[in-house]
Design a binder for this molecule. Structure first.
Ligand code: HEC
Ligand SMILES: [Cu+2]
Length: 424
């Protein structure tokens, strides 16, 4: 008995000590400034969650230290250093020294049943109140309405300025969800392939994007800023690279951004900038089968009429999908879509927000003022265009994500990037 008892005592005290150390480490590591921290919310929904977590964590902490403290105190109080008549081993009793045993203690047992019950009951009331508040996702008239579509491994945002998600959106963008400060944004979350989960911790909790379903969610930011997010439902090889950013802009700037998004791209064939016309030439052959650029690649404009009326733009590019002969690559796109590049340069990140589009852009907002955006992260963009699966693992059979374009010469790629640089 002595060896086992001693082992158990040491094991349990070690567990307690490690538990306490782990707790301290967690407390130190939990960094409120971390981009994915839920502990420094900036919106109403995020705050509802934090205001639930914080008191519960304190209660749980007090319970933890009371229980563990009692374990340690009892261990210390009833420890046996060794027995003179025994073999002197720690924790060893002779039969005649064996302490008196007690069985049952009604008062104690009632207390430790009632106290946790009351604690949990109180916690559950606050939890339910918070859950119901978060689940109140009915869009009101003043909300900005955005359909969010997850797919391997990036996010698409379709803006419905009239609030009607059943009609075609007014414009489409990807990876960076731009929202006005202080306004509720009603999200209609969907998936084109497998289950993903939309999560921008500073703004709200997670909501799954499930194929064939439409999940409502509401986010809101109190102050301008860039708030990072991460897909939180494992969705395949590049799940870890499936990030997103919400950018909250003051209302006036948001309106400016929105108006800019509604503008089609300039006709690249008329550009006098070096490389742009050549870049467009390559793009139209190598990229336009998947990527839509409103005013340039949409079918109504393929004939060369970039001034075609707005309602003939095909901003999903879905009209292209039927024409298998002309757009062979569309077949390899399981999700059936690629990011709309019309205003690529107004994003701070690309490819599921896995890469920065600008160098040293940090967390400032490079949206409206070109001069303020920092330097284009040309190397990363070129590397992406040349061999995307090498930058962001896709699928062994190239059935997902963006295909490699390793046939392009450095000059081709240079020109394509010159062309892409005009998309702002
Ligand atoms: C087979 C379809 C397909 C073709 C062809 C294709 N792409 Fe893509 N592209 C995609 C997909 C899908 C993504 C999103 C991949 C991801 O984020 O993992 C993407 C992402 C991008 C992005 C990042 C956009 C963003 O907002 O995140 C750029 C830029 C881009 N492609 C440029 C090009 C260029 C330039 C070419 C031609 C040389 C090209 N693509 C050819 C499918 C395609
Ligand atoms: Cu995902």
């Amino acid at each position: 008995m002595s060896g086992r008892a001693r082992g158990l005592v040491w094991l349990s005290s070690l567990l307690v000590i490690f538990g306490a150390i782990a707790l301290i480490v967690v407390a130190i590591v939990v960094d409120k400034d971390h981009p994915l921290s839920t502990l420094s919310p900036v919106g109403r929904q995020g705050r509802d969650i934090a205001e639930l977590i914080n008191p519960i964590f304190i209660v749980a902490g007090v319970v933890f230290f009371l229980v563990q403290g009692a374990v340690l105190a009892l261990w210390w109080r009833y420890r046996v250093a060794g027995s003179e008549s025994g073999d002197g081993e720690f924790g060893y009793y002779d039969d005649d020294e064996f302490p008196e045993q007690t069985h049952g203690n009604n008062r104690l047992e009632i207390a430790w049943t009632i106290v946790p019950t009351v604690l949990l009951a109180v916690i559950s009331v606050f939890t339910l109140v918070a859950l119901f508040a978060l689940d109140d996702v009915k869009a009101s008239e003043d909300d900005l309405v955005v359909t969010v579509i997850g797919q391997q491994w990036w996010w698409e945002y379709q803006y419905h300025l009239d609030g009607d998600t059943s009609s075609p959106p007014d414009f489409v963008t990807s990876n960076e969800l731009v929202i006005p400060v202080g306004q509720d944004v009603a999200l209609d979350i969907k998936s084109r392939d497998v289950i993903h989960s939309f999560w921008i911790p500073k703004l709200n909790g997670k909501r799954d994007a499930v194929p064939g379903r439409s999940h409502d969610w509401v986010i809101q930011a109190d102050e301008p800023g860039r708030f990072r997010g991460q897909c939180t439902e494992f969705c395949g090889l590049s799940h870890g690279y499936m990030k997103m950013v919400a950018v909250a802009l003051p209302r006036a700037e948001f309106a400016q951004w929105r108006d800019n998004q509604l503008t089609p791209a300039d006709d690249p064939t008329e550009s006098t900038e070096p490389g742009v016309a050549e870049g467009w030439d390559t793009f139209s052959q190598q990229c336009a089968s998947c990527h839509v650029i409103v005013g340039v690649t949409s079918p109504a404009n393929r004939g060369g009429d970039v001034n075609a009326p707005a309602d003939t733009w095909d901003i999903y590019g879905e009209a292209d999908r039927g024409d298998a002969g002309a757009y062979l690559d569309a077949e390899t796109l399981v999700a059936g879509a690629a990011p709309n590049l019309t205003h690529l340069m107004t994003r701070g990140t690309f490819a599921g927000s896995a890469f920065d589009l600008y160098l040293n852009a940090g967390d400032h907002i490079p949206y409206l003022n070109l001069a303020d955006r920092g330097t284009l992260n040309r190397g990363e963009l070129e590397a992406w265009i040349f061999n995307a699966p090498e930058r962001k693992p896709a699928d062994a059979d190239d059935l997902r994500g963006m295909p490699a374009r390793t046939g392009l010469s450095p000059d081709d790629i240079d020109n394509v990037v010159d062309f892409l640089s005009t998309l702002d």
